[in-house]
Design a protein around this ligand. Structure first.
Ligand SMILES: *Cc1c(COP(=O)(O)O)cnc(C)c1O
Length: 360
Protein backbone atom coordinates (compact mmCIF):
# COMPACT_ATOMS: atom_id res chain seq x y z
CA UNK A 1 0.00 0.00 0.00
CA UNK A 2 1.30 3.46 -0.85
CA UNK A 3 1.18 5.48 2.34
CA UNK A 4 0.68 9.25 2.28
CA UNK A 5 3.47 11.63 3.41
CA UNK A 6 1.90 12.61 6.75
CA UNK A 7 1.47 8.93 7.68
CA UNK A 8 5.02 8.01 6.68
CA UNK A 9 6.45 10.96 8.63
CA UNK A 10 4.43 10.31 11.78
CA UNK A 11 4.68 6.51 11.89
CA UNK A 12 6.60 5.04 14.75
CA UNK A 13 9.61 3.12 13.54
CA UNK A 14 10.17 0.65 16.32
CA UNK A 15 13.67 -0.62 16.62
CA UNK A 16 14.32 -4.33 17.21
CA UNK A 17 16.54 -3.18 20.08
CA UNK A 18 13.75 -1.25 21.84
CA UNK A 19 10.49 -3.06 21.05
CA UNK A 20 7.43 -0.86 21.34
CA UNK A 21 9.25 2.46 21.70
CA UNK A 22 7.34 5.20 19.83
CA UNK A 23 10.54 7.20 19.56
CA UNK A 24 13.55 5.27 18.33
CA UNK A 25 16.53 5.40 20.67
CA UNK A 26 19.72 7.17 19.70
CA UNK A 27 22.48 4.71 18.80
CA UNK A 28 25.57 6.71 19.69
CA UNK A 29 27.95 3.74 19.72
CA UNK A 30 30.71 4.07 17.13
CA UNK A 31 31.30 0.33 17.00
CA UNK A 32 29.55 -3.02 17.60
CA UNK A 33 30.66 -6.41 18.88
CA UNK A 34 31.14 -9.33 16.51
CA UNK A 35 30.08 -12.88 17.47
CA UNK A 36 33.21 -14.19 15.76
CA UNK A 37 35.81 -12.67 13.49
CA UNK A 38 34.36 -14.22 10.31
CA UNK A 39 30.72 -13.17 10.67
CA UNK A 40 30.18 -9.47 10.00
CA UNK A 41 27.20 -8.27 12.06
CA UNK A 42 24.52 -6.12 10.35
CA UNK A 43 25.87 -3.11 12.27
CA UNK A 44 29.63 -3.08 12.75
CA UNK A 45 31.11 0.43 12.56
CA UNK A 46 29.08 3.61 12.61
CA UNK A 47 30.72 5.38 9.65
CA UNK A 48 29.62 2.42 7.54
CA UNK A 49 26.16 1.76 8.98
CA UNK A 50 24.14 3.18 11.86
CA UNK A 51 20.56 2.39 12.94
CA UNK A 52 19.50 6.06 13.21
CA UNK A 53 20.77 6.86 9.73
CA UNK A 54 19.14 3.67 8.43
CA UNK A 55 15.76 4.64 9.95
CA UNK A 56 15.93 8.14 8.45
CA UNK A 57 17.05 6.80 5.06
CA UNK A 58 14.13 4.36 5.08
CA UNK A 59 11.59 7.10 5.86
CA UNK A 60 13.03 9.44 3.20
CA UNK A 61 13.12 6.61 0.66
CA UNK A 62 9.45 5.83 1.30
CA UNK A 63 8.57 9.53 0.93
CA UNK A 64 10.51 9.83 -2.35
CA UNK A 65 9.46 6.32 -3.56
CA UNK A 66 13.14 5.41 -3.76
CA UNK A 67 14.75 1.97 -3.43
CA UNK A 68 16.94 3.43 -0.69
CA UNK A 69 19.41 6.15 0.02
CA UNK A 70 22.37 7.53 1.89
CA UNK A 71 22.09 10.00 4.77
CA UNK A 72 25.05 12.37 4.57
CA UNK A 73 26.59 15.02 6.82
CA UNK A 74 25.25 17.94 4.74
CA UNK A 75 23.46 18.71 1.50
CA UNK A 76 26.86 19.46 -0.03
CA UNK A 77 28.27 16.09 0.95
CA UNK A 78 25.26 14.51 -0.79
CA UNK A 79 26.19 16.56 -3.89
CA UNK A 80 29.81 15.42 -3.61
CA UNK A 81 28.62 11.83 -3.25
CA UNK A 82 26.67 12.14 -6.50
CA UNK A 83 29.87 13.23 -8.28
CA UNK A 84 32.27 10.65 -6.82
CA UNK A 85 31.29 7.71 -9.08
CA UNK A 86 31.94 9.78 -12.25
CA UNK A 87 34.97 9.00 -14.41
CA UNK A 88 37.57 11.77 -14.64
CA UNK A 89 36.54 14.22 -17.36
CA UNK A 90 32.92 13.01 -17.45
CA UNK A 91 30.50 15.62 -18.69
CA UNK A 92 28.00 17.18 -16.29
CA UNK A 93 25.16 19.41 -17.46
CA UNK A 94 23.72 21.65 -14.74
CA UNK A 95 21.34 24.61 -14.49
CA UNK A 96 23.03 28.01 -14.91
CA UNK A 97 20.96 29.30 -11.98
CA UNK A 98 21.53 26.42 -9.54
CA UNK A 99 22.12 26.74 -5.78
CA UNK A 100 25.34 28.71 -5.12
CA UNK A 101 27.01 25.85 -3.26
CA UNK A 102 26.28 23.42 -6.11
CA UNK A 103 27.71 25.97 -8.53
CA UNK A 104 30.87 26.31 -6.41
CA UNK A 105 31.38 22.54 -6.15
CA UNK A 106 30.78 21.82 -9.84
CA UNK A 107 32.92 24.78 -10.98
CA UNK A 108 35.70 23.75 -8.56
CA UNK A 109 35.71 20.22 -10.02
CA UNK A 110 35.64 21.59 -13.58
CA UNK A 111 38.52 24.02 -12.91
CA UNK A 112 40.74 21.11 -11.92
CA UNK A 113 39.74 18.98 -14.89
CA UNK A 114 37.80 16.43 -12.82
CA UNK A 115 34.62 16.99 -14.81
CA UNK A 116 33.69 18.65 -18.10
CA UNK A 117 30.96 21.08 -17.10
CA UNK A 118 28.22 22.81 -19.08
CA UNK A 119 25.82 25.23 -17.40
CA UNK A 120 22.58 25.66 -19.35
CA UNK A 121 19.26 27.41 -19.02
CA UNK A 122 17.06 24.38 -18.30
CA UNK A 123 13.95 26.32 -19.28
CA UNK A 124 15.30 26.68 -22.85
CA UNK A 125 14.61 23.36 -24.66
CA UNK A 126 16.91 24.17 -27.62
CA UNK A 127 19.87 25.08 -25.38
CA UNK A 128 19.29 21.92 -23.34
CA UNK A 129 19.14 19.71 -26.44
CA UNK A 130 22.35 21.29 -27.74
CA UNK A 131 24.08 20.62 -24.41
CA UNK A 132 23.14 16.93 -24.62
CA UNK A 133 24.66 16.54 -28.09
CA UNK A 134 28.03 15.96 -26.41
CA UNK A 135 28.11 12.62 -24.53
CA UNK A 136 26.95 13.41 -20.99
CA UNK A 137 27.34 11.36 -17.80
CA UNK A 138 25.14 13.35 -15.41
CA UNK A 139 22.36 15.91 -15.76
CA UNK A 140 21.58 18.02 -12.69
CA UNK A 141 18.10 19.47 -12.14
CA UNK A 142 16.89 21.95 -9.57
CA UNK A 143 13.27 23.01 -9.89
CA UNK A 144 12.04 25.46 -8.83
CA UNK A 145 15.48 27.03 -9.13
CA UNK A 146 17.01 29.00 -6.29
CA UNK A 147 16.69 31.99 -6.05
CA UNK A 148 14.66 32.75 -9.20
CA UNK A 149 12.02 30.02 -8.78
CA UNK A 150 12.20 29.04 -12.45
CA UNK A 151 10.31 25.82 -13.13
CA UNK A 152 11.89 23.10 -15.26
CA UNK A 153 9.78 20.34 -16.83
CA UNK A 154 11.77 17.60 -15.09
CA UNK A 155 9.80 14.72 -16.68
CA UNK A 156 10.45 15.97 -20.23
CA UNK A 157 14.11 16.87 -19.62
CA UNK A 158 14.83 13.61 -17.75
CA UNK A 159 13.39 11.58 -20.65
CA UNK A 160 15.70 13.40 -23.08
CA UNK A 161 18.69 12.88 -20.79
CA UNK A 162 17.88 9.18 -20.47
CA UNK A 163 17.59 8.86 -24.26
CA UNK A 164 21.07 10.45 -24.49
CA UNK A 165 22.42 7.88 -22.00
CA UNK A 166 22.93 10.28 -19.07
CA UNK A 167 22.22 9.69 -15.39
CA UNK A 168 19.90 12.32 -13.86
CA UNK A 169 19.73 13.91 -10.43
CA UNK A 170 17.25 16.43 -9.02
CA UNK A 171 17.86 18.65 -6.01
CA UNK A 172 14.43 18.52 -4.34
CA UNK A 173 15.32 20.61 -1.28
CA UNK A 174 12.88 23.41 -2.09
CA UNK A 175 9.71 21.39 -2.69
CA UNK A 176 10.35 18.29 -0.56
CA UNK A 177 8.66 14.96 -1.41
CA UNK A 178 5.40 16.49 -0.11
CA UNK A 179 5.19 18.52 -3.33
CA UNK A 180 7.42 16.81 -5.92
CA UNK A 181 8.89 13.34 -6.37
CA UNK A 182 11.64 13.52 -9.01
CA UNK A 183 12.15 9.73 -9.17
CA UNK A 184 8.54 9.37 -10.32
CA UNK A 185 9.34 12.01 -12.96
CA UNK A 186 12.07 9.73 -14.32
CA UNK A 187 15.19 10.87 -12.43
CA UNK A 188 17.75 8.35 -11.18
CA UNK A 189 18.70 10.29 -8.06
CA UNK A 190 17.12 12.80 -5.72
CA UNK A 191 19.14 15.05 -3.43
CA UNK A 192 18.13 16.84 -0.24
CA UNK A 193 19.71 19.30 2.06
CA UNK A 194 17.88 17.98 5.14
CA UNK A 195 19.30 21.05 6.91
CA UNK A 196 16.32 22.85 5.38
CA UNK A 197 12.62 21.93 5.43
CA UNK A 198 13.04 18.23 6.20
CA UNK A 199 14.53 18.95 9.61
CA UNK A 200 12.75 22.31 9.66
CA UNK A 201 14.09 23.46 13.01
CA UNK A 202 17.31 25.17 11.88
CA UNK A 203 19.42 23.27 14.40
CA UNK A 204 21.55 20.82 12.41
CA UNK A 205 23.24 20.02 9.11
CA UNK A 206 22.36 17.06 6.99
CA UNK A 207 21.79 15.73 3.52
CA UNK A 208 20.44 12.73 1.68
CA UNK A 209 20.94 11.12 -1.70
CA UNK A 210 18.25 8.62 -2.73
CA UNK A 211 18.08 6.40 -5.79
CA UNK A 212 15.41 4.56 -7.72
CA UNK A 213 17.66 1.60 -8.53
CA UNK A 214 18.91 -0.67 -5.69
CA UNK A 215 22.21 -1.22 -7.54
CA UNK A 216 22.80 2.54 -7.57
CA UNK A 217 21.99 2.74 -3.83
CA UNK A 218 24.62 0.06 -3.25
CA UNK A 219 27.20 1.91 -5.36
CA UNK A 220 26.58 5.17 -3.47
CA UNK A 221 26.69 3.36 -0.14
CA UNK A 222 30.16 2.09 -1.08
CA UNK A 223 31.36 5.60 -1.98
CA UNK A 224 29.82 7.21 1.13
CA UNK A 225 31.63 4.71 3.34
CA UNK A 226 34.87 4.97 1.35
CA UNK A 227 34.91 8.77 1.51
CA UNK A 228 33.36 9.11 4.98
CA UNK A 229 30.42 11.22 3.85
CA UNK A 230 27.79 9.66 6.10
CA UNK A 231 26.02 11.86 8.64
CA UNK A 232 26.12 11.56 12.41
CA UNK A 233 23.75 9.32 14.38
CA UNK A 234 22.60 12.25 16.48
CA UNK A 235 21.76 14.42 13.47
CA UNK A 236 19.87 11.54 11.84
CA UNK A 237 17.90 10.96 15.06
CA UNK A 238 17.02 14.64 15.33
CA UNK A 239 16.18 14.93 11.62
CA UNK A 240 13.67 12.09 11.96
CA UNK A 241 12.10 14.09 14.80
CA UNK A 242 11.84 17.15 12.53
CA UNK A 243 10.47 15.04 9.69
CA UNK A 244 7.41 14.04 11.77
CA UNK A 245 5.81 17.45 11.14
CA UNK A 246 7.10 18.09 7.60
CA UNK A 247 3.75 17.69 5.80
CA UNK A 248 1.99 20.02 8.29
CA UNK A 249 4.72 22.60 8.09
CA UNK A 250 4.78 22.56 4.29
CA UNK A 251 1.01 23.10 4.11
CA UNK A 252 1.17 26.05 6.47
CA UNK A 253 4.34 27.63 5.02
CA UNK A 254 3.04 27.29 1.46
CA UNK A 255 -0.28 28.90 2.36
CA UNK A 256 1.53 31.86 3.91
CA UNK A 257 3.98 32.13 0.98
CA UNK A 258 1.05 32.27 -1.46
CA UNK A 259 -0.54 35.08 0.54
CA UNK A 260 2.73 37.00 0.79
CA UNK A 261 3.36 36.61 -2.96
CA UNK A 262 -0.12 38.00 -3.66
CA UNK A 263 0.49 40.91 -1.29
CA UNK A 264 3.88 41.75 -2.87
CA UNK A 265 2.52 41.41 -6.43
CA UNK A 266 -0.08 44.04 -5.66
CA UNK A 267 2.34 46.44 -3.93
CA UNK A 268 3.52 49.54 -5.80
CA UNK A 269 6.95 49.33 -4.16
CA UNK A 270 7.69 45.98 -5.82
CA UNK A 271 9.01 45.56 -9.35
CA UNK A 272 8.84 41.76 -9.79
CA UNK A 273 7.77 38.77 -7.74
CA UNK A 274 8.95 35.23 -8.46
CA UNK A 275 6.60 32.66 -6.93
CA UNK A 276 5.91 29.38 -8.76
CA UNK A 277 2.58 28.91 -6.91
CA UNK A 278 4.01 25.98 -4.98
CA UNK A 279 6.25 25.73 -1.94
CA UNK A 280 7.41 28.17 0.74
CA UNK A 281 10.05 30.11 -1.20
CA UNK A 282 9.71 33.30 -3.20
CA UNK A 283 11.93 36.11 -4.39
CA UNK A 284 11.27 39.70 -5.41
CA UNK A 285 12.93 42.87 -6.63
CA UNK A 286 11.85 46.06 -4.85
CA UNK A 287 11.65 49.40 -6.69
CA UNK A 288 13.49 51.20 -3.90
CA UNK A 289 16.85 50.28 -2.32
CA UNK A 290 16.81 46.77 -0.88
CA UNK A 291 19.08 47.84 1.99
CA UNK A 292 16.41 50.24 3.29
CA UNK A 293 13.77 47.49 3.34
CA UNK A 294 16.13 45.06 5.08
CA UNK A 295 16.95 47.65 7.75
CA UNK A 296 13.25 48.20 8.50
CA UNK A 297 12.21 44.55 8.84
CA UNK A 298 11.62 43.54 12.45
CA UNK A 299 10.00 40.10 12.41
CA UNK A 300 11.78 38.75 9.34
CA UNK A 301 15.50 38.10 9.89
CA UNK A 302 18.34 38.63 7.43
CA UNK A 303 20.01 35.22 7.22
CA UNK A 304 20.95 32.47 4.76
CA UNK A 305 19.25 29.07 4.87
CA UNK A 306 15.64 28.21 4.18
CA UNK A 307 12.78 25.88 5.00
CA UNK A 308 12.91 26.38 8.78
CA UNK A 309 10.27 27.59 11.22
CA UNK A 310 11.56 31.19 11.10
CA UNK A 311 10.93 33.43 8.11
CA UNK A 312 14.26 34.53 6.64
CA UNK A 313 15.16 37.05 3.98
CA UNK A 314 18.46 37.06 2.13
CA UNK A 315 20.29 38.87 -0.67
CA UNK A 316 21.36 35.97 -2.92
CA UNK A 317 23.94 38.08 -4.82
CA UNK A 318 26.12 38.62 -1.75
CA UNK A 319 24.94 35.81 0.52
CA UNK A 320 23.81 32.39 -0.75
CA UNK A 321 25.15 32.85 -4.28
CA UNK A 322 28.45 34.62 -3.59
CA UNK A 323 30.22 31.47 -4.90
CA UNK A 324 28.87 32.43 -8.34
CA UNK A 325 30.94 35.17 -10.08
CA UNK A 326 29.11 38.45 -10.93
CA UNK A 327 29.07 37.65 -14.68
CA UNK A 328 27.49 34.26 -13.99
CA UNK A 329 24.93 35.93 -11.69
CA UNK A 330 24.05 38.43 -14.42
CA UNK A 331 23.78 35.57 -16.93
CA UNK A 332 21.46 33.69 -14.56
CA UNK A 333 19.35 36.81 -13.98
CA UNK A 334 20.25 37.27 -10.29
CA UNK A 335 19.99 41.05 -9.80
CA UNK A 336 22.06 42.67 -7.00
CA UNK A 337 18.88 43.81 -5.22
CA UNK A 338 16.92 40.57 -5.60
CA UNK A 339 15.59 39.50 -2.20
CA UNK A 340 14.75 35.90 -1.37
CA UNK A 341 12.21 34.97 1.24
CA UNK A 342 11.86 31.60 2.98
CA UNK A 343 8.45 31.70 4.64
CA UNK A 344 8.25 30.07 8.05
CA UNK A 345 5.55 29.32 10.58
CA UNK A 346 4.65 32.79 11.92
CA UNK A 347 1.14 34.16 11.28
CA UNK A 348 0.95 35.28 7.65
CA UNK A 349 -0.81 38.51 8.73
CA UNK A 350 2.13 39.42 10.96
CA UNK A 351 4.63 38.70 8.19
CA UNK A 352 2.64 40.80 5.73
CA UNK A 353 2.46 43.64 8.28
CA UNK A 354 6.25 43.49 8.71
CA UNK A 355 6.78 43.65 4.93
CA UNK A 356 4.19 46.43 4.53
CA UNK A 357 5.93 48.57 7.15
CA UNK A 358 9.38 47.91 5.67
CA UNK A 359 8.18 48.82 2.16
CA UNK A 360 6.82 52.08 3.58
C1 LIG B 1 21.20 24.49 1.34
C2 LIG B 1 21.09 23.84 0.02
C3 LIG B 1 22.02 22.89 -0.39
C4 LIG B 1 23.25 22.54 0.44
O1 LIG B 1 22.91 21.98 1.64
P1 LIG B 1 23.79 22.11 3.00
O2 LIG B 1 23.03 21.29 3.96
O3 LIG B 1 23.85 23.57 3.33
O4 LIG B 1 25.14 21.56 2.69
C5 LIG B 1 21.82 22.28 -1.62
N1 LIG B 1 20.77 22.61 -2.41
C6 LIG B 1 19.87 23.54 -2.05
C7 LIG B 1 18.74 23.84 -2.95
C8 LIG B 1 19.99 24.19 -0.83
O5 LIG B 1 19.10 25.11 -0.47
Amino acid sequence: MTRRPATIAASARPSPHAPGAIVPPLFASDTYCWEDADTKPPFDYSRTVNPNRAMLAEALAELERAAGGIVTGSGQSAALLALLPLETGARVVAPHDCYGGTYRLLAGFADRGRIDLAFVDMTDPAAYRAALETETALVWFESPSNPLMRVTDIAARAAEAKAAGARTIADNTLLTPCRQRPLELGCDLVLHSTTKAINGHADLFGGALLAADPALVEELDWWANAAGLNGSAHDAWQTLRGLRTLPLRIDRQEESARRIAAFLSGHEGIETVHYPDIGFMLSFVPRGPATLILARLELISLASSLGGFATLVCVPATMTHRGMPPEAQAEAGIAPDLLRLSVGLEEADDLIADLARALG
